[in-house]
Design a protein around this ligand. Structure first.
Ligand SMILES: Nc1ncnc2c1ncn2[C@@H]1O[C@H](COP(=O)(O)OP(=O)(O)OP(=O)(O)O)[C@@H](O)[C@H]1O
Ligand SMILES: *[C@@H]1O[C@H](CO)[C@@H](O)[C@H](O)[C@H]1NC(C)=O
Ligand SMILES: *[C@@H]1O[C@H](CO)[C@@H](O)[C@H](O)[C@H]1NC(C)=O
Ligand SMILES: *[C@@H]1O[C@H](CO)[C@@H](O)[C@H](O)[C@H]1NC(C)=O
Length: 452
């Protein structure tokens, strides 16, 4: 890079040399040198300023603190033993560290995982007031007094509060907790309660926990230690290049297992319609299968990821809301429709009351069509294939799906959805038919990225 720059400059100088005298050429060189030094210095300073944020040293320091507190009996969790004693959690790299939110990649018993916490320190989470109350009440076998029912009660309150669900709706408690309750003699230790409480203060954890058993379109929670929880490692989408999802990302290190290289690989042409179908399935799930509709208000490639089997997973759920909370958010004072846009969730302004309607007017599918499908199936990205009849139909269907004006007619929306789905299925079948030759394991060239 630098060398080619110098060469370019050299030839530029030679060209200039025809007209310009030597001294000014020297001046140019000096100027160039100075600006080069300046830029390098800037990069150096920049790197050092931000190195404090997402470094391995910092990550390890944070994990060490978790383990110290585990050993002191302050916190606990099913991951702690492996993380702090058995050494079965291998730290890989830092993914994200901002405003205390810590996200890192690790490998747990050989499985790639992501460790997350909203705040880096356990002590930064609000303490469970009940524990303090118990302390004040003083002794009497103090540490293990809270009954499982109390725990469930407070946990449920916290969950409903966090998700904005009114009381009176039934919300099933995560299965794991239910199982623990069955051992009716069981009481909870202080460390367990404190850890649970820290986890319950993380909206993302609650969200994932509640949806774990209901859908496979959210990341699986694999375990926790104190305020850190582990989720499965996924291939996240990128905004900045054409590798919309790259399966390469799925292995933290070059995978040693012999079959993982071939068994799970799809070709490029396969991948796009399959991933798109999984998006459709996810939308259907979120719309109909929970007791409240789930709205995604921040739809972009970075906020979704895929598994090796190409199921789509919503990874950034900060902007996902169940219907009751969505209504609360949308109901604002307004003077025009523009006041009723909450990121990708929009409603209309009722000008007689100067109040936004509480009903969302667009849908998850519509925004996904607009922001994700449309670029995928656009003529510029499809290249030569853009003219094929199926692709033309698909482009039309995506366009119609993205069209906001048709968005309010439920009947029509359903028809558009079905047509889109049918076209995608056809595309998948066409691909399979062309190259699969009826083989069970029709695995072909190893394509690792969706760049087209
Ligand atoms: N399960 C996962 N597998 C692989 N990478 C992940 C996973 N979860 C998160 N990441 C990556 O970690 C980074 C930060 O994660 P996360 O999405 O939780 O932060 P964030 O809430 O999006 O931050 P912000 O809200 O500021 O955008 C993202 O760049 C994402 O790509
Ligand atoms: C976390 O704890 C460490 C050590 O106790 C402290 O140095 C650091 O400032 C704390 N960070 C935050 C965000 O509170
Ligand atoms: C809520 O629970 C009741 C029984 O307790 C059940 O009949 C009903 O179907 C549940 N509702 C939902 C939406 O799950
Ligand atoms: C919205 O409008 C109502 C009356 O029109 C007013 O009482 C209320 O304070 C307003 N709320 C906000 C947040 O401006």
């Amino acid at each position: 890079m630098r060398r080619s720059l110098r060469r370019a400059l050299g030839s530029a100088l030679r060209w200039l040399g025809v007209k310009v005298c030597r001294r000014s050429a020297l001046l140019v060189v000096l100027l160039w040198l100075a600006s080069w030094l300046f830029l390098n210095g800037l990069v150096f300073v920049h790197r050092n300023m931000f190195s404090d944020f997402c470094t391995d040293d910092k990550s390890k320091e944070i994990l060490q603190r978790v383990c110290d507190e585990y050993q002191q009996g302050v916190l606990t969790g099913d991951l702690c033993e492996d993380l702090c004693v058995a050494g079965r959690v291998e730290y890989k790299r830092c993914l994200y560290y901002e405003n205390g939110k810590k996200v890192m990649a690790a490998s747990w018993r050989g499985v790639p995982v992501v460790l997350k916490s909203k705040l880096e320190n356990f002590s930064s989470y609000e303490a469970l007031a009940l524990l303090e109350y118990q302390d004040a009440a003083g002794g009497m076998g103090g540490e293990e007094e809270l009954s499982p029912l109390d725990v469930v009660f407070y946990a449920t309150l916290e969950i409903k509060n966090s998700l904005g669900l009114e009381t009176g709706t039934n919300l099933t408690l995560p299965r794991l907790w239910g199982q623990k309750l069955k051992e009716s003699e069981r009481t909870y230790s202080r460390a367990e309660l404190a850890s649970l409480w820290a986890l319950l203060q993380q909206e993302e954890y609650i969200f994932l926990r509640v949806l774990q058993d209901l859908t496979h379109h959210v990341a699986k929670i694999l375990g926790s230690c104190g305020h850190f929880y582990a989720v499965e490692y996924l291939a996240a989408g990128h905004a900045w290049d054409q590798h919309i999802f790259s399966l390469e990302d799925l292995s933290l290190s070059p995978s040693p297992s012999p079959d993982s290289g071939q068994d799970r690989m799809f070709t490029l042409r396969d991948m796009v319609p399959r991933v798109a179908l999984s998006f459709l399935e996810m939308v259907e799930h979120f719309e109909n299968d929970f007791s409240h509709r789930l709205h995604l208000c921040d739809i972009k490639p970075e906020n979704f990821a895929i598994r090796k089997d190409l199921t789509v997973v919503a990874i950034d759920v900060d902007m996902a809301f169940f219907e009751p909370k969505m209504r609360d958010i949308l109901e604002q004072n307004c003077t025009s429709d523009n006041d009723c846009n909450f990121f990708d969730c929009i409603s209309k302004c009722d000008k007689t009351k100067n109040r936004c309607g509480s009903n969302r007017k667009n849908s998850n599918l519509q925004v996904i069509c607009e922001k994700i499908f449309r670029p995928w199936f656009s003529p510029t990205l499809l290249g030569a294939k853009a003219g094929l009849p199926l692709q033309v139909d698909l482009q039309r269907a995506v366009q119609e799906c993205a069209d906001f004006d048709g968005g309010e007619d439920g009947e029509r929306r359903r028809a558009v959805r079905q047509q889109l789905q049918a076209l995608l299925v056809e595309l998948v079948q066409e691909d399979t038919g062309n190259q699969g030759e009826g083989q069970e394991h029709k695995m072909r060239r190893v394509h690792t990225a969706l760049n087209f």
